[in-house]
Design a binder for this molecule. Structure first.
Ligand SMILES: Cc1ncc(COP(=O)(O)O)c(C=O)c1O
Length: 155
């Protein structure tokens, strides 16, 4: 299995280029590997354009795409989602039960209720603006102490 954080990898913030995304899928196909695509930060991009997900480049149903509500709903909620081929998802569900790390039922009910009554995509847009403002505040503070050392590029 290949585990990867292709968007804003933690802690370096590196984003996998389109060419390397295609190479990674080709590698997985060649070796018959499952790819676990972890994207907790993808949805809060506040500048530039998202690159295609690995899952969208996958033609063999071997990518499991993960997202986290911790970054878009409530920090530290520790509830996420998985998108995968049905055969993979059912096996993942069994592993989840076997691992015995049950997330709080109350938190899952709250997240589920939110999704029933709100548009998650509309909810995310103002978050991107808020994160951009926070980035500027952090960069301003760092620049005051290290004026020459800061370069920010859009991945
Ligand atoms: C690589 C990675 N995956 C996933 C997550 C999200 O974890 P959780 O949904 O448990 O908060 C984080 C949070 O920082 C992370 O750094």
């Amino acid at each position: 299995m290949i585990y990867t954080v292709p968007d804003f990898q933690n802690p370096a913030g590196v984003t996998l280029s389109f060419a390397r995304r295609k190479q990674l899928i080709a590698l997985a196909n060649c070796h018959g590997l499952i790819v676990l695509e972890d994207t907790p930060f993808r949805h809060i991009r506040f500048s530039g354009q998202n690159l295609p997900t690995l899952q969208s480049l996958d033609t063999e149903g071997r990518v499991i795409h993960l997202g986290s509500f911790s970054t878009v709903l409530v920090p530290g909620l520790r509830i996420g989602w998985a998108v995968a081929a049905p055969a993979l998802l059912s096996r993942l569900g069994l592993l989840r039960v076997a691992a015995g790390t049950q997330t709080s039922t109350l938190q899952r009910a709250a997240a589920s209720l939110f999704l029933d009554h709100h548009d998650l995509t509309a909810h995310i847009a103002p978050l991107q603006t808020a994160y951009a403002r926070k980035q500027e505040a952090i960069l301003d503070a760092i620049r005051q102490h290290f004026p020459q050392k800061i370069t920010v590029t859009d991945p």
